[in-house]
Design a protein around this ligand. Structure first.
Ligand code: AMP
Length: 396
C-alpha cells in the first residue's frame, strides 16, 4: 500500500459536491455528546472545503446499527457541529441515508454549505460493502474525501466501495497526518527506532510483533502479554496472565529478534499483588513472580531501563499499557513510559484506542508528535496490512 495519497489540497473543489467520510462515532449519554474531540478533529478538513466553495456532504457511522435505529441517529452531531463551525449544518434526516430527503437537501446546496447524512449503518449494505449503497453515495457526489482513519481498516461502502463510482478520491487532513507519521515511521524512520508494546493479550499483537521485528532496532514488551514471553524464557510468572497456547510463538519471536539483531527488552522486575484489585503492590527484586502473586505493572528497575532505551531512540511507537493502568496503584509503569517519550525529543507516535486514552488521561497527549485516531486501524497499519479505506484513494 502506497502512503503518498492525494489530499484535499491537490484537487479543485469549488462548486463541486464533496462527500466526506468522517469519524463522528462519538460517545453519547442521554442524547448528549460526552467527548467531542472527534468533531473538533474533523474541523480542519471541513473548514478547508467550505472555504474553497465546495458543497460539503458529511457522512459517518455511529455505533453498531444494523439498519435504521432512532437511538443511533447523527442528528445531535449535526447540531453540535453547526455550533463548532459557526454555520448551520443541515441534517439530512433520511432512513435510507441517501433517499429522497437527502437528495433534495443536496440539490438545494450552495457553495460553502454543509450537510450531514444519517448514520451510514442505517443501510444494511454498508458493512457488507454491497454496491447498492456505494452507488447511492456516489450519485450525490463528484469527489470523495476519506478522513475517518478509525474506519479505514474496514471495507465498507462509505470507506471504500464508494470510490469505485466517483472519479476522484483523496484523503483529508486527519488521514494525511496518520499516513505521514505512521507511514514514515514504518518506511523510513529516523534511527534508532524503538517500539513499545503492552496490553493484555498476545493474540492481538502477534502480527504487529512479527512485522515490527523486521523494522525496529529495539522492541520493549510490557503489560500482561510480557508474561507469556517471560515464561518462554523460563521465568516463574506466578498467577500472572499467560497465553499457554502461544508460548511457542513467543519462543519464535525471541529467536527472530536474536537473529535480526533487534534488542528485545522484557520486564526485569514487577509490581505484583495477590489479587486482581487496586491495592498497594509489592515490588519483586527480579523478573520472577512468586507463587500466589500476579504481575500487574512493571517494576522500578524496568521503568529505569526502558526509559534509557527510549532516550536513545529517534523514533518511538507505543501501543498498549505497561500494566493495569486503570488502577492507581499500577499505573506507574505506563506513566513512566509516557513521560520518557514526552521528554525524549524523538518522533513519538501513540497507537489509537486504549493507548491514546491512557496517554491523554495522564496528561502527556499534547507532548507527543502524533496520537493516532484509530485503534484497530493503527494496529493493522503496524501489522503491515493494506487498509481498504486508504488503498482506494488516488495516489499523488
Ligand atoms: P489491550 O487491549 O490488549 O491493549 O490491553 C489493555 C488492557 O491490558 C488494559 O485494560 C490493562 O488493564 C490490561 N493489562 C495490562 N497489563 C496487565 C497485567 N499485567 N495483567 C493484567 N492485565 C493487564
Amino acid at each position: 500500500m502506497g502512503f503518498n495519497k492525494k489530499t484535499v489540497e491537490d484537487i479543485e473543489v469549488t462548486g463541486r459536491r464533496v462527500l466526506v467520510r468522517c469519524d463522528f462515532n462519538v460517545p453519547m449519554k442521554d442524547g448528549a455528546i460526552t467527548d467531542e474531540s472527534r468533531l473538533t478533529g474533523a474541523l480542519p478538513t471541513i473548514k478547508y472545503l467550505m472555504g474553497k466553495g465546495g458543497k460539503v456532504i458529511l457522512c459517518s457511522h455511529m455505533g453498531k446499527a444494523k439498519g435504521p435505529d432512532p437511538k443511533l441517529t447523527l442528528a445531535p452531531v449535526a447540531a453540535r457541529l453547526g455550533v463548532l463551525l459557526g454555520k448551520d449544518v443541515i441534517f439530512a434526516a433520511d432512513p435510507e441515508v441517501v433517499g429522497p430527503n437527502a437528495r433534495a437537501a443536496v440539490e438545494a446546496m450552495k457553495e460553502g454549505d454543509v450537510i450531514l447524512l444519517e448514520n451510514t449503518r442505517f443501510r444494511p449494505e454498508e458493512g457488507k460493502n454491497e454496491d447498492g449503497f456505494s452507488r447511492d453515495l456516489a450519485s450525490i457526489a463528484d469527489i470523495f474525501v476519506n478522513d475517518a482513519f478509525g474506519s479505514a481498516h474496514r471495507a465498507h461502502c462509505s470507506t471504500s466501495g464508494v470510490t469505485k463510482y466517483v472519479s476522484t478520491s483523496v484523503c483529508g487532513y486527519l488521514i494525511q497526518k496518520e499516513l505521514k507519521f505512521l507511514g514514515e515511521a514504518l518506511e523510513n524512520p529516523s534511527r534508532p527506532f524503538c517500539a513499545i508494546l503492552g496490553g493484555a493479550k498476545v493474540i492481538d499483537k502477534i502480527a504487529v510483533i512479527d512485522n515490527l521485528l523486521n523494522k525496529v532496532d529495539t522492541l520493549i514488551i510490557g503489560g500482561g502479554m510480557a508474561f507469556t514471553f517471560l515464561k518462554a524464557r523460563g521465568y516463574d510468572i506466578g498467577s500472572s496472565l499467560l497465553d499457554e497456547g502461544r508460548i511457542d510463538y513467543a519462543h519464535e519471536m525471541l529467536e527472530k529478534a536474536d537473529r535480526l539483531g533487534v534488542r528485545l527488552w522484557l520486564p526485569l522486575d514487577h509490581r505484583v499483588s495477590a489479587e486482581y484489585a487496586d491495592v498497594e503492590g509489592h515490588v519483586t527484586g527480579s523478573a520472577n513472580v512468586p507463587e500466589g502473586y500476579m504481575g500487574l505493572d512493571i517494576g522500578p528497575l524496568s521503568e529505569e531501563v526502558f526509559t534509557e532505551a527510549i532516550k536513545e531512540a529517534k523514533t518511538i511507537i507505543w501501543n498498549g499499557p505497561m500494566g493495569v493502568a486503570e488502577f492507581k496503584n499500577f499505573e506507574s509503569g505506563t506513566r513512566a513510559i509516557a513521560r520518557a517519550m514526552a521528554e525524549s525529543g524523538a518522533v513519538t507516535i501513540i497507537g489509537g484506542g486504549d493507548s491514546a486514552a491512557a496517554v491523554n488521561s495522564l496528561g502527556f497527549g499534547h507532548r507527543m508528535t502524533h496520537v493516532s485516531t484509530g485503534g484497530g486501524a493503527s494496529l493493522e497499519f503496524l501489522e503491515g496490512k493494506e487498509l481498504p479505506g486508504i488503498a482506494a484513494l488516488n495516489d499523488k
